[in-house]
Write a protein that binds this ligand. Structure first.
Ligand SMILES: Cc1ncc(COP(=O)(O)O)c(C=O)c1O
Length: 394
């Protein structure tokens, strides 16, 4: 029996119970991991019933399995929408969704500070299929409107963005697209459904890299696309072709991670706010970017549309690359590494890690300075994280 989310349930109650396959064959309180690539039939009649749509059941691992269905039910309930489709990674969710929605001759608009690999896909892969892409400046709403053409099919953006945590004004954005036959997609990975619900503003599809806060423990890769079933049904069909399906064990880890989702997000939000406020006062820090700070250019928009501001804080230290790298190497609790949203705090130096393949001039044009550092706070004690930063800055 599949546990349905009750509209009256609070966020954590939904996170713990929604989607779970309760009163299963084994009586286990947890949803079982059915580690099987295929599902067998008693006889040919059984296969016929499936083909004719008389029975809904599992057939082949790439088309779905119990833990995937449970995780999708939980995620749809948390995002308060009809359906969720899970993938093997965030990039798989993004590429399959765009393949499903676009065809040769179409046009896509994307904001310039979207995740680098998403931009790569739009600029380096989609053009091979005769799909045109326009990159617009995040926050330039006039440029977004001007970029729309008769063949525009998709608008793709993120909020908050990496690394400056720019915020899209959803109300303003949706005024531009109201009544237009264009799918608006929001990658909400940095916000999560705890902090922000883009679908409430009329966005058509929300995407998350579930590798980050949804999984929450730096131990799985996954992605999810959420929205109305009339849209997700087509994307699910494409997933069956592109094959980026989530495996049973990762699905289970995702379910398990989601049970503490609200608790983790509360800690991420509170610690990041405290760290941002601490850094803003530090003499060796030039600038702090965090949407929960009044100094952030999009503070007012963030306050209006977000419940919390997330666990990522970006800041610029004085001096040069060696000072920044020396700071990173002195940290004792915070680990150096890419990614975000897990229980372990992670820190990265974008100029060295994410933008090493381009020249310094190109990096600076993108706003990636030598002293820029991105910290993704985990759920360790707030005071310990601040103390760790303090000793490393000294
Ligand atoms: C905003 C955003 N979207 C998508 C992705 C891709 O997700 P994944 O690494 O799960 O493929 C990332 C990865 O860092 C991301 O930061």
């Amino acid at each position: 029996m599949k546990k349905k989310a009750n509209k009256k349930d609070g966020f954590s109650t939904t996170a713990v119970h929604a989607g779970e396959i309760r009163y299963n064959e084994y009586g286990s309180i947890t949803t079982p991991i059915v580690q099987s690539s295929t599902f067998i039939f008693k006889n040919i009649e059984d296969i016929k019933k499936l083909a004719e749509g008389v029975t809904g059941r599992f057939e082949y691992g790439r088309y779905g399995h119990p833990a995937q269905v449970a995780a999708e039910g939980k995620l749809a309930a948390l995002e308060e929408t009809e359906d969720a489709v899970l993938f093997s990674s965030g990039m798989s969710a993004i590429t399959t969704t765009l393949f499903a929605l676009l065809k040769a001759g179409d046009h896509i608009i994307i904001t310039d500070d979207a995740y680098k690999r998403t931009l790569d896909f739009c600029l380096k892969c989609l053009d091979r299929f005769d799909i045109e892409c326009t990159v617009v400046k995040m926050g330039d709403y006039e440029a977004i409107e001007k970029a729309i053409k008769p063949n525009t099919k998709v608008f793709f953006s993120e909020s908050p963005t990496n690394p400056y945590l720019n915020i899209m004004d959803m109300e303003r954005l949706m005024k531009i697209f109201k009544g237009k036959d264009i799918y608006v997609i929001s990658d909400s990975t940095f916000a999560t459904p705890y902090n922000q619900k883009p679908l409430e503003y009329g966005v058509d599809l929300v995407i998350h890299s579930a590798t980050k806060y949804l999984g929450g423990h730096n131990d799985l890769l996954s992605g999810v696309v959420l929205g109305r079933k009339e849209l997700t049904d087509g994307i699910r069909e494409y997933l069956k072709i592109t094959g980026g399906c989530i495996d049973p064990h990762s699905s289970y880890l995702l379910i398990r991670g989601l049970k503490t989702f609200e608790l983790r997000m509360q800690r991420h939000n509170a610690t990041a706010q405290a760290v941002a406020e601490y850094l803003e006062k530090h003499p060796k820090v030039n600038r702090v970017y965090y949407p929960g700070l009044k100094s952030h250019p999009h503070y007012e928009i963030a306050k209006k549309q977000m419940k919390g501001f997330g666990g990522v804080v970006t800041f610029e230290v004085e001096h040069d690359v060696s000072y920044a790298l020396n700071f990173l190497s002195k940290l004792k609790i915070i680990n150096i590494g890419p990614s975000l949203g897990g229980v372990e705090s992670l820190i990265t130096h974008p100029a060295t890690v994410s933008y090493y393949a381009i020249t310094k001039k190109e990096r600076l044009e993108l706003g990636i300075t030598d002293g820029l550092i991105r910290l993704a706070v985990g759920v360790e004690n707030t005071e310990d994280i601040i103390r760790d930063i303090e000793q490393a800055l000294e």
